[in-house]
Design a binder for this molecule. Structure first.
Ligand SMILES: C[S@@+](CC[C@H](N)C(=O)[O-])C[C@H]1O[C@@H](n2cnc3c(N)ncnc32)[C@H](O)[C@@H]1O
Length: 285
C-alpha cells in the first residue's frame, strides 16, 4: 500500500483522555461528517487536490468511523488513505470497502506507529476537548509534522466550544463544564491556539486560517447542528451529569431546555480550518 507502518512501534494504548470518545459519539461521526462538509462545502482547503488526483499518501488522525477517509478514498482512487484512531471503532469499514482506505489503531499521544516523513497530506478534525494545551503544543502538533513529508500539507478543523447568543441554562452548563476542563488543563477554545502552536514549531510555512459561523438555529443545517449538539451531550450522559451534580431526570430536562434555547436565542459558534505547509527542507522536529 505504499507506506511502511512500523507495527513494532505500537505501544500499549493508555486511556488518558479527559473527555473520552464513547461508542455512541462515534456513531454520530458520520452525521457530523456530512454537517461539517455542508458547512464548508469541501473536505479540505489545502491546495492538494492535484496531488491527490495523481496519487498521494494521506493520513487522517482521530478518524472515528472513518467517514472523511471513505469519502476522500472514493473521490481520489489513485491516493492511499490511512485513518488512525486511539479507539477501535471504525464501524463503517466492513460495510464500505475501498482498496485505498486503511485503518490502524494508534494513539497520537503515545506516538503514532508510523514512519517519519511519510504523508503528503495529514488531516485532523474535531478532536476538541480531548487534549490539554501542553499535549496540543508538545505532542499532537509535533507528531503531525513528524509524519508529514517536507513540502506536504497539514490541515486541522476544530469547533470552538465558545458560543455567541446563549440562553441561561446553556450558558450555565458551559461555564460549569469549562471549569471542569480547565481544572484538567483542557482549553475549550483550543482551536484559537492551533495556528500559534504550528507557528511556534518553526517547521511550517504558509499558515492559513479560515472561520465559519456554525448556526444552531434557523435553516435546515442550523437545526441539524442543534440536534447533533444535543445528541453529542446525550452521548456523555455517564460523564457530564456527574460533573454538574445532576441526576438522570435533571440532565434530560436540562437538555430539552437547551434544545429550545439554541433556537430561541439563535445560538452560534465558530469552526476553524487551519492549513499549512511543512517547510520543504524540514527534517523531523
Ligand atoms: C469526535 S471524534 C471525530 C471523528 C472524525 N475526525 C470526524 O471529524 O468525523 C474524535 C475521535 O478522536 C479519537 N481520539 C481521541 N484521542 C485520540 C488520541 N490520543 N489518538 C488518536 N485518536 C484519538 C477518538 O477516539 C474519536 O474517534
Amino acid at each position: 500500500m505504499g507506506i511502511f507502518i512500523v507495527f513494532s512501534k505500537l505501544k500499549k494504548i493508555v486511556q488518558t483522555l479527559k473527555f473520552p470518545s464513547t461508542k455512541y459519539s462515534t456513531i454520530l461521526d458520520y452525521t457530523s461528517h456530512s454537517l461539517v462538509t455542508n458547512l464548508w462545502n469541501c473536505d479540505f482547503m489545502a491546495p492538494i487536490e492535484n496531488t491527490l488526483t495523481k496519487g498521494a499518501q494521506v493520513l487522517d488522525v482521530g478518524t472515528g468511523e472513518g467517514a472523511w477517509v471513505i469519502s476522500c478514498a472514493e473521490r481520489f482512487p489513485m491516493s492511499t488513505f490511512i485513518g488512525v484512531d486511539a479507539s477501535l471503532y471504525f464501524p463503517l469499514v466492513p460495510k464500505v470497502k475501498f482498496m485505498n482506505a486503511h485503518f490502524l489503531k494508534t494513539d497520537i499521544l503515545e506516538g503514532l506507529a508510523l514512519e517519519d516523513n511519510t504523508f503528503d497530506f495529514v488531516h485532523l478534525r474535531c478532536i476538541t476537548l480531548i487534549f490539554t494545551d501542553e499535549e496540543w503544543s508538545n505532542k499532537v502538533i509535533k507528531e503531525l509534522i513528524r509524519v508529514c513529508k517536507p513540502g506536504g500539507w497539514i490541515e486541522i478543523v476544530e469547533l470552538d466550544c465558545q458560543y455567541i447568543n446563549q440562553g441561561p441554562v446553556h450558558l450555565n452548563l458551559c461555564n460549569q463544564s469549562k471549569r471542569f476542563f480547565l481544572e484538567n488543563n483542557v482549553h475549550s477554545i483550543a482551536g484559537e491556539d492551533i495556528a500559534f502552536y504550528l507557528k511556534q514549531t518553526g517547521a511550517v510555512c504558509e499558515i492559513n486560517e479560515e472561520l465559519r459561523v456554525v448556526p444552531f438555529h434557523g435553516s435546515k443545517l442550523g437545526k441539524s447542528f442543534a440536534d447533533h449538539q444535543i445528541k453529542f451531550m446525550q452521548a456523555y450522559k455517564d460523564i457530564l451529569p456527574g460533573i454538574l451534580g445532576m441526576d438522570e431526570k435533571q440532565w434530560e430536562d436540562t437538555l430539552k431546555t437547551i434544545r429550545k434555547e439554541l433556537s430561541v436565542h439563535k445560538t452560534e459558534s465558530i469552526m476553524r480550518r487551519i492549513y499549512c505547509k511543512v517547510n520543504p527542507k524540514q527534517s523531523v522536529i
